[in-house]
Unconditional design. Structure first.
Length: 330
């Protein structure tokens, strides 16, 4: 039996990761979430019917909470964080406090345990996005070892990236100093059902369901990649279960898809998946600072655990649209 803690377990990645890990009868899960963003919706309640998973509603920035946690976990996936661009502008000081403090408390808690679990920390591609803005160059595809950059400390947009940058350093040096295995992952555009309502695909799903005319597309010629959530959580689990990520310094690993697609072609695929095409498209420029291309180098994860994404964009978009059609924003 493997005992696994998932912080932020009611959120997008946490929920799908829990679903994936429960497929193994030998896993017992504890999810911790303060439900700031994650919700006790029908999907989560269905998941919680399994008696090998429980949810603790708690705030990870409350240091007293850790005294009540069991001390025999084998794995900890630390996903809890405030993310979503609107929060960076609305309460940058809270983004900094919550993301950094919860990580420090998790690390201090692990440090004090006699049986130390393996830790997965979710960083972000945002941690290196500032390098492009500051120096106007980044290798494409982008490998893990590029500089992490906060291009403007006064711009609230970079608070989240700042917490990921310092978070990576905390994990690297705590793991080495207190000798516990850990891996840092940088998710690149995970998508799928139950991802909130703010990102591009959830937003398009809702506008398609309303049959919006004309259908507005921002930054039509910019390219992006999209990694379907079931592929993504499998990648995280493989990295955590692999001996190849047990050494020091800890490994930092990109998880993403390498099939680049322009936003206008993505829209066409989404219309096909939904079975509706608008009569008129309207193209508008993307917001200032938006990059033309973003592409992760995923050769490291291939080498470490042999993972490559397997869900086609067509299948993933169909599943995503169907979920959002059945779960419109309230
Ligand atoms: N989804 C992506 O493509 C993506 C990309 C880059 C990085 N990440 C990182 O992956 C992790 C998970 O992302 P997600 O997309 O599932 O986000 P999410 O917002 O859906 O999940 C995060 C969860 O953490 C919880 N949480 C926040 N503050 C908390 C606190 N103080 N105590 C307890 N719980 C708290 C929220 O309620 C939420 O359910 C985050 O660290 C995020 O920064 C995700």
């Amino acid at each position: 039996m493997k005992k696994i803690l998932i912080t932020g377990g009611a959120g997008f990645i946490g929920y799908h990761l829990a679903h994936h890990l429960l497929a193994d009868d030998g896993n017992e899960l504890v999810l911790v979430d303060n439900l700031q963003r994650g919700k006790r919706d029908t999907d989560l309640l269905e998941l919680l019917k399994n008696d090998r998973v429980s949810l603790i509603e708690a705030d990870l920035t409350d240091h007293k909470f850790y005294q009540s946690l069991p001390d025999d976990f084998d794995r900890v996936y630390h996903l809890a964080a405030v993310n979503g661009t609107k929060w960076f502008y609305k309460m940058p000081q809270e983004v900094l406090r919550i993301n950094v403090l919860s990580l420090i408390y998790i690390l201090e808690w692990i440090r004090g345990l006699s049986k130390k679990p393996k830790l997965c920390f979710t960083s972000s591609n945002e941690a290196y996005a500032g390098a492009l803005e500051a120096f106007n160059q980044l290798p494409l595809p982008t490998p893990e070892n590029v500089p992490l950059v906060i291009s403007d400390t006064f711009n609230p947009r970079w608070t989240y990236a700042g917490t990921k940058l310092i978070g990576e350093q905390f994990v690297i040096f705590y793991a080495a100093a207190y000798q516990f295995p850990a891996v840092i992952v940088r998710p690149h555009n995970f998508y799928g059902p139950r991802a909130g309502y703010d990102h591009v695909l959830p937003e398009w799903s809702q506008r398609i369901a309303r049959q919006e005319e004309p259908f507005v597309i921002y930054g039509a010629d910019e390219t992006r990649t999209f990694c379907y959530i079931t592929d993504a959580v499998e990648a995280m689990q493989l990295l955590m279960d692999s001996d190849s990520t047990n050494g020091y310094p800890v490994e930092t690993v990109h998880i993403g898809n390498t099939d680049e697609i322009t936003m206008s072609d993505l829209a066409k695929k989404m219309f096909a998946a939904a079975g509706w095409t608008p009569q008129k498209l309207e193209y508008k420029p993307s917001p200032p600072g938006s990059v033309k291309r973003r592409l992760a180098d995923i050769s490291k994860i291939k080498r470490l655990v042999g993972w490559v994404p397997s869900t086609s964009l067509t299948d993933g978009l169909k599943k995503t649209f169907e979920w959002y059609q059945a779960h419109p924003k309230k």
